[in-house]
Design a protein around this ligand. Structure first.
Ligand code: ZN
Length: 299
């Protein structure tokens, strides 16, 4: 790795450090890596106006790299994963009834499962396409940004949840700071994300499945997540490996798409293999739990 140097890019979104080095490159797009906390982020970040296009229908239905072939085909897997996440919340002492906000609910499978268990559920979903789908599954507020949520939810939510979404946000620090006031004093933030410092991520380098620009804009590790949480008013309580259930067709289809075989990937995604669930647990998916704390200055 070359010496840390200032590329004239914005400071690290996690620790505000100003020194970074070129890191992983794919498809002509490049991530920088912070010399301070190890965080990786896309340079340049996509323009704000392009995000709705990146996460439009094509992302969920088109087999685009880093996206899905047909999101709803894996419904049973999404629901199993949702119930596993709800069991995790129970293990933290979080039980319905209560208010919860999911950031990035996609098609709303988790929100629906949580609602069926008695939670009062709300979602913040940037994608117009996904938000319309989620609205068919779950009651509650479904909005495009935290500022559209009603004031009555401020200080009233037991849980704010981000399942594999923080890395897709252009400004994750801004989202965390904006959602922080909605947590009740004893509420928790649960963030499921991918660990760029995991063994498998290091082994695969630029071929790691999360190196998928521009949909994946940030590559977090424990240090960078701790820093971004600290600076936005949270204290990281735990950070540990996590798993999920996917269908065999999803796993094979994603691998084929990764290699550029998109038509094969689409056929696999729509094959009977989707009825075969497989556990995903390679140590690169993690779940972090944080609690409200006083915001810390970047300086
Ligand atoms: Zn940093």
């Amino acid at each position: 790795m070359s010496d840390p140097r200032d590329h004239g890019s914005p400071p690290c979104p996690c620790c505000a450090g100003e020194h970074s080095t070129p890191w992983l490159e794919r498809g002509g797009l490049r991530y920088l890596r912070c010399a301070g906390c190890g965080h990786g982020w896309l340079d340049p970040l996509p323009e704000p106006g392009t995000l709705r296009e990146i996460f439009g229908k094509e992302y969920f239905e088109g087999g685009r790299e880093g996206g899905y072939f047909r999101y709803e085909l894996d419904e049973s897997g999404h629901r199993k994963t949702a119930r596993r996440r709800l069991a995790f919340l129970r293990s933290l002492g979080l039980r319905p009834p209560g208010e919860m906000i999911e950031i990035g609910p996609a098609y709303g499978f988790f929100l629906e499962e949580a609602w069926l268990q008695g939670w009062r559920v709300h979602g913040v979903e940037l994608s117009d396409h996904a938000r319309a789908k989620a609205a068919l599954r779950a009651p509650g507020y479904l909005v495009a940004s935290p500022e559209e949520l009603p004031g009555r939810l401020r200080g009233a939510c037991q849980a704010v949840l981000l399942f594999q979404v923080l890395a897709h946000l252009r400004e994750p620090e801004r989202m965390l700071a904006e959602i922080r006031p909605f947590l009740a004093p004893r509420g928790v933030l649960v963030c499921e994300t991918w660990n760029a410092e995991s063994s498998i991520a290091r082994l695969f380098g630029r071929m790691w499945q999360q190196v998928s620009p521009p949909a994946v804009q940030h590559l977090f590790g424990e240090r960078s997540l701790r820093e971004i949480l600290r600076r936005t008013g949270f204290k990281l309580r735990s950070f540990k490996p996590w798993g999920k259930t996917v269908s065999l067709s999803f796993a094979l289809g994603t691998a084929a798409g990764r290699l550029g075989w998109t038509s094969l990937g689409a056929r696999l995604a729509d094959s009977p293999l989707r009825r075969i669930p497989i556990p995903y647990g390679f140590g690169d998916l993690v779940v972090a739990v944080a609690e409200p704390d006083s915001p810390k200055s970047a300086s």
